[in-house]
Design a protein around this ligand. Structure first.
Ligand code: 13P
Ligand code: SF4
Length: 303
C-alpha cells in the first residue's frame, strides 16, 4: 500500500489533482481522498478547490454535477460504469406533461439524476437541503423527481405545498424494511434509529433522525446515545466508527450495499490519474442548461 500511496501522491502533484469521495465508496478509497462528504458537500467543494483536475470517487451523477459546475476543469470518474439506477427513473415526457397540467409548477430534481433530467428542472436539491429549498420556492405545485421516498419525506416536512410524486426509488434504501427496524429495535432497545430519507415512508416514521449521510454522521457524533441502528448504505460506518470509537453501530436488517459505489478502487483512481480517463464529457448545451438548477441549489441551500 505504501508504494501505491507514493505513486498516488506523485500523480496528484503532476496532474494538479484533488480527490473527492462520497461516504459510500470503499473505506480505503475514503482514506486516500482529500475531501469526503455527502453529495451536497461534494458539489459545493468542487466549486471551491483550486486544482485543475477533480477525481470524483462516486457515481456518474456526482461526476456530472462537478463538471457542470466547473466546465473548465477536468473531471475524472475512476469507474466509468458506476451509475446510480435511480438517476434514470424519471422521464422528460412526464415533466412536459406535468408542466402543461400545472401552470405554476416547479420541477425539483434530486441530484441523483441524469444531466438530461437536470436540464429540464427548475432547481436541484440533495437530501440535506430538499425540504429547505422547496419551502423557499414561490410555487404551490412541486413535481419532485426522481425519488418517490425523498419526495414523500419533503411533502411531510413542507405540508403547505402540493408535491407531485414520481415513482423512482433507490434499490438499496427501499430494501430497508419496517420489520427490520422493529426487530433491531427490540434487540437493542436503547439504540437510536438513524435513516436516510431515501428509505420508505413507513421506515422513516420509525426513525429518531432522518437525514443525509453527513447528517446521520453528525447526529450520531453529537448524540449522547451509545448505540445506533443505521438505515443507509454501509460505507458510512467507516466515518461513524472513526469519529465515534466508543459507540456501537448496527445495520438495520440486510446488508445495505450500493454495488455501484463499491466499483471504485484505489487502483482505478491511480489508473484514472495516469491515463486522464475515464473523463466526464458533456456537451456545451447540456452543461449550460443543467448549470442553472444546480447553481440555484447552491444559492438557496446557503440562505
Ligand atoms: P447523500 O446526499 O446523503 O450523500 O446521499 C447520496 C445518495 O446517493 C444516497 O443514496
Ligand atoms: Fe443511487 Fe441508491 Fe447507490 Fe445512492 S445508494 S448511489 S441512490 S443506488
Amino acid at each position: 500500500m505504501k508504494e501505491k500511496l507514493d505513486k498516488l501522491l506523485k500523480l496528484k502533484q503532476e496532474k494538479d489533482a484533488v480527490i473527492l469521495a462520497h461516504y459510500y465508496v470503499p473505506d480505503e478509497v475514503q482514506d486516500i481522498a482529500d475531501y469526503v462528504g455527502d453529495s451536497y458537500y461534494l458539489s459545493e467543494i468542487a466549486t471551491k478547490v483550486e486544482a485543475q483536475t477533480i477525481v470524483l470517487c462516486g457515481v456518474e451523477f456526482m461526476g456530472e454535477s462537478a463538471k457542470i459546475l466547473n466546465p473548465d476543469k477536468k473531471v475524472l470518474l475512476p469507474a466509468a460504469n458506476a451509475d446510480c439506477p435511480m438517476a434514470h427513473m424519471a422521464a422528460v415526457e412526464k415533466i412536459e406533461e406535468i408542466r402543461k397540467e400545472y401552470e405554476d409548477v416547479a420541477v425539483v430534481c434530486y441530484v441523483n439524476s441524469t444531466a438530461e433530467l437536470k436540464m429540464n428542472a427548475d432547481v436541484c436539491v440533495t437530501s440535506s437541503n430538499a425540504a429547505k429549498i422547496v419551502k423557499q420556492l414561490p410555487n404551490k405545485h412541486i413535481f419532485f423527481i426522481p425519488d418517490e421516498n425523498l419526495g414523500s419525506y419533503v411533502a411531510a416536512q413542507v405540508p403547505e405545498k402540493h408535491i407531485i410524486l414520481n415513482d423512482g426509488y433507490c434499490h438499496v434504501h427501499s430494501n430497508v424494511r419496517r420489520e427490520d427496524i422493529l426487530k433491531a429495535k427490540k434487540a437493542r432497545p436503547n439504540a437510536q434509529v438513524l435513516v436516510h430519507p431515501e428509505c420508505k415512508e413507513e421506515v422513516v416514521a420509525l426513525a429518531d433522525y432522518a437525514g443525509s449521510t453527513s447528517g446521520i454522521i453528525e447526529y450520531a457524533t453529537e448524540s449522547e446515545a451509545q448505540e445506533f441502528i443505521i438505515g443507509t448504505e454501509m460505507g458510512v460506518f467507516h466515518e461513524l466508527k472513526k469519529r465515534n470509537p466508543g459507540k456501537s453501530f448496527y445495520v438495520a436488517g440486510n446488508l445495505q450495499i450500493c454495488p455501484n459505489m463499491k466499483k471504485i478502487t484505489v487502483d482505478k483512481v491511480i489508473s484514472a490519474l495516469e491515463n486522464g480517463q475515464p473523463e466526464v464529457i458533456l456537451s456545451e448545451e447540456v452543461r449550460n442548461r443543467a448549470y442553472a438548477p444546480l447553481s440555484r441549489m447552491l444559492e438557496l441551500a446557503g440562505q
